[in-house]
Ligand binder design. Structure first.
Ligand code: SER
Length: 863
């Protein structure tokens, strides 16, 4: 029988139990909501807790699953074993089957044995079983019904009692182990030998009781079976490979780690191998955790995820990888596991983005943090203060620092670290600035929405609103807080429009809001600093936006709509918005169009928009059904997503768009529009910048001042006289240039006479530095014009860097000026037109060759 691979094993297991009356239930997400649920699902039974406890009647008596599991917290945390043993992973898939008060020990054991030996292909002679020390019944079944020799059945204590957590269903278990052979350790069976030799791969739990938090047990309403086998362990044994990392389920991701780090797996360096394994393992773990909606944060699940991403990044860094690796790890996982878990494909970009951002955050301090840690490690111990600095300033989760310290045999002062952490928490409590919610990150925001609803936006009509503080959370940047109100006039950045700024004031203090964004859709997050006193959750506050800034923003926003309309009028209806930025100082608008917009077209666009403004029609905004808006011809931006109810903004009677932004009440409020720039930003993509209101007025004032300065420089009494004055200046300049030219000619002819006097047989070959090509040519011509001169060749460097060459020959000389000059130019690394008859110029590069060049021409001319 050929060994099963991951896909066929999942299928074979599921089919086997479905054939025996089990309902195939999909894997649950990694995060469950039952009060006793572990942080991350750690076993297939988690999603069935209500049925096992008898809280809900099970919809089926028998079930089978392939369940995503993460073991990085609580009772089942395998982080210390990761990459070091042959069989531990932080993310794995658990094969399982259940009986909810239906079959019990006998049938469970019989089916398990049949599947192992007849379907999966395990050699029954190499299997060992363990039972709980009290479980005579299970032992008898194995020995008498199945026929496992008594010598391969062993009894164990707590190892054969399975509990989900400190609270929850549990029971005695019976485990099946595979003897991998003497090369993996001492004999003696699972009770005596190592877990690497006697590999436990299937756990059958006879779940009959409930553990209370105080450790006492209650009987469960029914006797259940809960089995679980790690898919990757089965594969390791069936494929006969040394570790779970070498199976077809995980090896491709270790290969990704190899590619990223340019290090080879199993090339003799155990530390490299361990790092590559952990990176491969973490690729799967981070991908699946983010896929189930968790974002990195400083608490709870988000913190575990943060640790996973940062550990992978740090391990890669240790292997010499300085570039970002997150999205590569995610994409490799998606590619490898997307068939079994299609939702990974749908979410791939989002997952990669979340991981990338976390990585980027960590990378800013990774190098300095690593250095600090290295210095400390050299001292042989890691102090609490350093561990705290690494955590607080450099973003090293203390668990990671601890792992590194341990690996290097240096003790870490965890108590010292914990003390500093506690002090920091106390400080922020004392400041009275924050209120704790159980979770952080996206989850925390969702929790806020669940508890308090979304934020009521009052800012379409109010600049100042009375509100209540729902929560204040620490911001990502030190010293900043995130403030959530029940209602707010602060617009949250969106649809191209920037977020509002302003103040939030309570009876005890003032916060200055630096920006407003949506934490999750509908939840306005005010990013603020404490300006005075303190503000706390639950307080009544006055939330005021910076009205002057907002007015400028709304002028630009309505202005954007008018320009969009005018561009379509002038260029055609193919013009579509591709993006925009609406801030207080200017607006930027990107649109599709095949060629540059001409100055005339731009002027026309500007004119049309300003015409609308002068018409001063009202701006109306209202909500309506999507279908209706479409029918009325509202413009919907490419890429935007709209719900059923949409907000329509009519900027006068010509422009109608779907938009959630804030706008002026009547077009006249926009003030003058000025398009200041038009550029290309890609194939068929154009971008314009424009100003409105005060922006345009400032622009005009600035232009005016430029003109005034110019007038003063041009000695014009008034700006109107500038053109006349500049024209006069230009004329004068022309007169002066002519004069300079004729003076130069005179000078040249003087020098020409001198040079001509040095002629031998009517030939002058000379060096002249400091003259530009044109001047050198004039000089050559004036030499040639002297009586008796046949040929002139001049060369020199005008500036010490380049070479200028000029030749002139008399008409009846039989010589070609171009040939002379090109011959010389070539020697100095340049070239010119060899055909030029009487006068020729050329350039060269190598100044050191000028004299050689002249010598060559001299030889040619027989001198
Ligand atoms: N819950 C048990 C385990 O995780 C059997 O599924 O091992």
């Amino acid at each position: 029988m050929p060994a099963l691979d991951a896909n066929s094993l999942r299928r074979a297991y599921t089919d086997f139990f479905v054939d025996r009356g089990h309902t195939h239930v999909p894997s649950s997400p990694l995060v469950l909501t039952h009060p006793t649920a572990p942080m991350f699902v750690n076993a297939g039974m988690n999603q069935f807790v209500e049925y096992l406890n008898g809280e809900l009647p099970p919809p089926y008596k028998r079930a089978t699953t392939v369940q995503k599991c993460v073991r990085l917290s609580g009772k089942h945390n395998d982080i210390a074993e990761l990459g070091k043993t042959r069989r531990h992973l932080s993310f794995f898939e658990m094969l399982g089957n259940w009986s909810f008060g239906d079959y019990y020990k006998e049938e469970a054991i019989e089916m398990a044995w049949e599947l192992c030996t007849e379907v999966a292909g395990f050699d029954g002679d190499r299997l060992w079983v363990t039972v709980h020390e009290t479980d005579d019944e299970a032992e008898e079944i194995w020995r008498d019904k199945i026929g496992v020799p008594a010598g391969r059945i062993q009894r164990l204590g707590k190892e054969n009692f399975w509990e989900m957590g400190d609270t929850g269903p549990c029971g005695p278990s019976s485990e099946i182990h595979f003897d991998a052979g003497p090369e993996w350790g001492e004999p003696g069976g699972p009770a005596a030998g190592s877990g690497d030799r006697y590999v436990e791969f299937w756990n059958l739990v006879f779940m009959d009781r409930y553990r209370n938090p105080d450790g006492s047990f209650l009987p469960l309403p029914s006797k259940n079976v809960d089995t679980g086998g790690g898919l990757e362990r089965w594969l390791m044994l069936l494929e006969g490979v040394p570790t779970v990392y070498d199976t077809d389920a995980v090896r491709p991701l270790v290969a990704t780690a190899e590619r990223i780090s340019s290090k080879r797996y199993r090339a003799g360096d155990e530390r490299v191998d361990t790092a590559l394994r952990v990176i491969g393992d973490h690729a799967r773990t981070m991908t699946f955790i983010v896929n189930d909606g968790i974002a990195p944060s400083n608490e709870g699940r988000g913190y575990v995820l943060r640790g996973v991403i940062r550990r992978a990044v740090r391990l890669a860094y240790q292997l010499g990888v300085e570039r970002p690796i997150g999205s590569e790890l995610v994409m490799a996982t998606v590619e490898h596991m997307g068939e079994a878990y299609p939702e990974l494909k749908t979410n791939a970009d989002v997952i990669a983005d979340v991981v990338d951002r976390e990585e980027a955050r960590f990378r800013t301090t990774l190098r300095t943090g690593s250095q600090l840690l290295e210095e400390e490690l050299e001292k042989g111990r890691v102090s609490g203060a350093t561990a705290f600095a690494l955590h607080d300033t450099f973003g090293f989760p203390v668990e990671i620092t601890e792992e590194i310290a341990e690996e290097r045999g240096a003790p870490l002062d965890r108590a010292g670290f914990d003390k500093l952490m506690a002090e920091q928490k106390q400080r922020s409590r004392d400041a009275g600035k924050t209120v704790a919610i159980a979770a952080s990150g996206i989850e925390g925001y969702r929790q806020l929405v669940d508890e308090f609803g979304t934020t009521e936006f009052t800012g379409y009509t109010e600049y100042e609103s009375a509100a209540k503080v729902v929560a204040i959370l620490p911001g990502e940047d030190e010293g900043k807080v995130e403030v959530f109100l029940d209602r707010t006039p602060f617009y949250a950045e969106g649809g191209g429009q920037v977020g509002d700024t302003g103040t939030i004031t309570s009876s005890t203090g003032t916060l200055r809001v630096l920006d407003t964004t949506a934490a999750v859709p509908g939840l306005h997050r005010h990013l603020a600093v404490v300006e005075e006193g303190s503000v706390a959750a639950g307080q009544e506050v006055t939330a005021s936006i910076d009205a002057h800034r907002r007015d400028a923003i709304r002028r630009n926003h309505t202005g954007t709509h008018l320009l969009h309309w005018a561009l379509r009028e002038v260029l055609g209806p193919h013009v579509k918005q591709q993006g925009s930025l609406v801030g207080p100082d200017y607006l930027r608008f990107d649109f599709s169009h095949h060629s540059a917009v001409t100055p005339e077209q731009l002027a026309e666009v500007e004119r049309l928009a300003n015409e609308r403004i002068l018409d001063n029609e009202p701006v109306r905004a209202y909500e309506t059904a999507m279908a209706q808006a479409k029918e009325a011809g509202a413009i919907m931006f490419f890429g935007d997503k709209y719900g059923e109810v949409v907000r329509v903004v009519e900027a006068g009677h010509k422009s109608m768009e779907l938009c959630g932004g804030t706008h002026v009440n009547a077009l006249g409020m926009i003030g003058p529009i000025k398009v200041t720039q038009e550029t290309s930003i890609g194939a068929n993509l154009r971008r314009i910048f424009a100003l409105t209101g005060e922006g345009t007025l400032d622009w005009i004032a600035e232009r005016e001042s430029l003109l005034t300065t110019t007038a003063a420089l041009a000695k014009a009494a008034k700006p109107e006289e500038v053109p006349g004055a500049v024209e006069r200046l230009l004329q004068r300049q022309k007169g002066l240039e002519d004069e300079v030219k004729s003076l130069r000619a005179q000078l040249a002819s003087g020098e020409g006479k001198e040079l001509a006097a040095s002629a031998v047989d009517g030939v002058v070959v000379a060096r002249r530095d400091g003259l530009a090509g044109e001047q050198l040519k004039d000089l050559a011509v004036s030499v040639r014009n002297e009586p008796g001169i046949r040929a002139v060749m001049l060369a020199g460097t005008p500036d010490g860097e380049r070479v200028a060459l000029a030749a002139a020959v008399a008409k009846d000389s039989g010589l070609v000026a171009g040939e002379l000059v090109v011959e010389a130019a070539k020697i100095t690394g340049g070239g010119g037109n060899a055909k030029a008859p009487d006068v020729a110029v050329a350039g060269g590069k190598d100044v050191s060759k000028i004299d050689d060049a002249l010598a060559a021409v001299r030889a040619t001319l027989g001198r």
